[in-house]
Design a protein around this ligand. Structure first.
Ligand SMILES: [Zn+2]
Length: 251
C-alpha cells in the first residue's frame, strides 16, 4: 500500500528572529505548511495553515498582529488548495494538529467532517486558562464541534504503521509530530518541535517553551532518526520551500 504526501504552504509569516530563536539577530520569513496525506484507507491533513481571514488583515491575531507580518494571498488557504487538487474539503477524514498555535489550526474550520486527532495533553492545556493565555490559543480556531479523538502518546492512524503520531512534547504541553512511510522512505513532519535545520544542528531553541528539557530530548531523537535515514521536514524552514510554496526537494 502506498502513502503519498502532498505538501502545501498556507501563507508566510515574517518576524524578528529573536521572537522564535533565542538571541538571534535579524528578521526571518517562515513558511506555514500543511500536508495532505493520502492512504488507501482515507485522507488526512497534518496542520491546516493560517486562517483565511488573515488574507484581509491581521486583526484576528490580536496583539500577535504587531509581532508577525502576514503574507497570505487568496487561493493559498487550505480549502482553496484542496479544491485546486479536485478534493472537496468535506471529504477529508482525519485532521491531525501538531498543536493548537494559530499558524497550525487556521484551516480547521474548513474540514467539517474530519475527525480531529490531538494529544490529550494539548487539548487539556487549551482548556487551562493560564496555559491557554500564555500560548495565545484561540478556541475559535479549533473548538468547532468536529468529532474529537484524544490520544496519549504514539498513535497508528491506519493500523499499518504507515502514518504514526509521535509525541514530541516540549514546544507545547502536548505537541506531536507525524511519521509517514512513503515509497521514498521515512518522512518525519516535525512541526514546531524543530522549527528549522539550525535548531537541529545547533540546538538553538525558542525564547519560550513548555519544557526545555523535553524539547532537547526531542531534538536528540530527531537527530537519531535522521542518522537512521529518515527525512525531516521542519516546522518553518524557508530553505525547504520555494517562494511559490512548492517543496525545494521532492517528498
Ligand atoms: Zn508554528
Amino acid at each position: 500500500m502506498s502513502v503519498r504526501i502532498q505538501p502545501m504552504i498556507c501563507g508566510w509569516l515574517e518576524v524578528d528572529t529573536k521572537f522564535i530563536l533565542q538571541d538571534q539577530p535579524g528578521r526571518v520569513k517562515l513558511p506555514i505548511p500543511s500536508f495532505l496525506i493520502e492512504h488507501p484507507k482515507g485522507r488526512a491533513i497534518f496542520d491546516s495553515g493560517l486562517h483565511r481571514e488573515l488574507q484581509k488583515g491581521s486583526e484576528r491575531l490580536g496583539g500577535l498582529g504587531r509581532v508577525f507580518k502576514v503574507y497570505y494571498k487568496a487561493g493559498e488557504d487550505l480549502a482553496a488548495q484542496l479544491e485546486a487538487r479536485q478534493i472537496a474539503p468535506e471529504r477529508i477524514d482525519y485532521l491531525i494538529n501538531s498543536h493548537l498555535h494559530f499558524d497550525h489550526v487556521g484551516g480547521n474550520a474548513d474540514l467539517p467532517n474530519a475527525k480531529l486527532i490531538l494529544q490529550r495533553r494539548e487539548w487539556e492545556a487549551a482548556g487551562d486558562p493560564e496555559l491557554a493565555k500564555r500560548n495565545g490559543y484561540n478556541r475559535a480556531d479549533f473548538d468547532l464541534g468536529q468529532q474529537l479523538q484524544l490520544i496519549d502518546g504514539e498513535h497508528d492512524l491506519f493500523g499499518d504503521g504507515s502514518v504514526m503520531c509521535i509525541p514530541t512534547y516540549g514546544h507545547t504541553a502536548g505537541h506531536q509530530s507525524l511519521g509517514v512511510r512513503t515509497a521514498n522512505g521515512e518522512e518525519v513532519l516535525t512541526a514546531d518541535s524543530c522549527y528549522m535545520r539550525k535548531v537541529l544542528d545547533e540546538m538553538v531553541l525558542p525564547p519560550f517553551a513548555h519544557s526545555y528539557d523535553d524539547m532537547r530530548k526531542v531534538i536528540e531523537r530527531f537527530r537519531a532518526m535522521e542518522r537512521a535515514g529518515a527525512r525531516l521536514i521542519f516546522g518553518h524552514d524557508a530553505a525547504q520551500w520555494r517562494e511559490d510554496g512548492s517543496p525545494a526537494a521532492a517528498l
